[in-house]
Ligand binder design. Sequence first.
Ligand code: ARG
Length: 460
Amino acid sequence: MTKKKLWGGRFSKETDAMVDDFNSSIRFDNRMYWEDIEGSIAHAGMLGRCGIIPKDDAALIQKTLKEIRDDIEAGTAEFDVYAEDIHMNVETLLISRIGDVGKRLHTGRSRNDQVALDLRLYLRRQCDEMAKQLRSLMGTLLNLAEEHTETIMPGYTHMQKAQPVTFAHHLLAYFEMLKRDAERLKECRGRINVMPLGSGALAGTTYPLDREYVAKELGFDAVTNNSLDGVSDRDFAIELCSVLSLLMMHLSRFSEELILWSTHEFSFVEMDDAYSTGSSIMPQKKNPDVAELIRGKTGRVYGDLSALLVTMKGLPLAYNKDMQEDKEAVFDAVDTAKLCMPVFEKMIKTMKVRKDVMLKGAKGGFANATDVADYLVKKGVPFRDSHSIVGQMVAKAIGLGKNLDDFTLHEFKECSPLIEEDIYEAISMETCVGDRKLKGGPAPERTKQEIQDGRAWLKG
Ligand code: ARG
């Protein structure tokens, strides 16, 4: 059988084989087969209901499309680059099975609104899957935080020890970031979930399509308002890449910390053997490859975002073939995020947390200097003066090779006669953390509440 292009009517020459190959997107858009068929089933049903094609034809089209889907899933239906993309491959299969009836499917529709529909359906499903993964990861963060509300560790600014916090508090900081990511994902899903069929190629259609019916059948919240926009808009894919870029940024920052904390110098955590790798030459090595790869893959997702932004920036309305390039980028961003979330979750679930080392880290490096200054303020010294006194105290401690807590009362009194025996209690790590009980602070009673609130949020 000689093959003929679905659009071949006005052509007198075959497309060059190299152009077929170049033009074709089936290699990567075949993953939207389910959505393409789901959309066509709804479209055919609507055409039948509205009397645009015979009801029996609509039913046969729907039945055959389901069979084609089963065959694709069973691996017995073949795609062909000659048919260019998933949309024309499915239609070609349909026509090969039911002939002229199949040719009625594309009535009142263009590939331009069809591809917009398929991509929206596909990304909507991905949003739901990613939302689930993200919630699971957030639940694990809360579980881990629950175990460590009393685990004191140094907090840093400029990578210099600053003030003590708890490991739970640190984990909860990431919980907040991921919570915003989850909210953004949900909002993005809302903007994805708008139905573009009926936009046609660009100018709508003269057929009396029932767009609302199709939208309802496919679970869309609304239909697009403008046919030119309906086929030209890829904001939703870009927005998703942007949401995923932020999510990856958060996982990457956390990964960076875990990599640092896994060093011999820090030793705050130890990755489980099952989540580390060795070196082919250095027998002693245990490398945090998983965290490094997550950090590395973040760059890829940023790349996908920039690729899409740059692809779209110069395109006049409406559809332009450049837009076929959207898929690999957004698919890659989604694939990468979906790959990273569960492995990150397992990695933190299985890592060992070295409470003793964290506490030791918090005790060295004058992390309680602010608390000494606050102690003097409570005794009536203006803060600027107490800041200066404690600065001198730190210089003295460095000279003595001591921590502030290790000063004798006499050494304290040399710095300020206002200091009494109660200083030791006031600047202990437990007090430094425990007294920071304002909303948002690291005090165990506060973080316990935050964990409860977090759990309620996850349920809601
Ligand atoms: N494969 C195309 C894409 O992904 C589908 C739409 C093509 N429409 C067209 N008129 N060439 O963008």
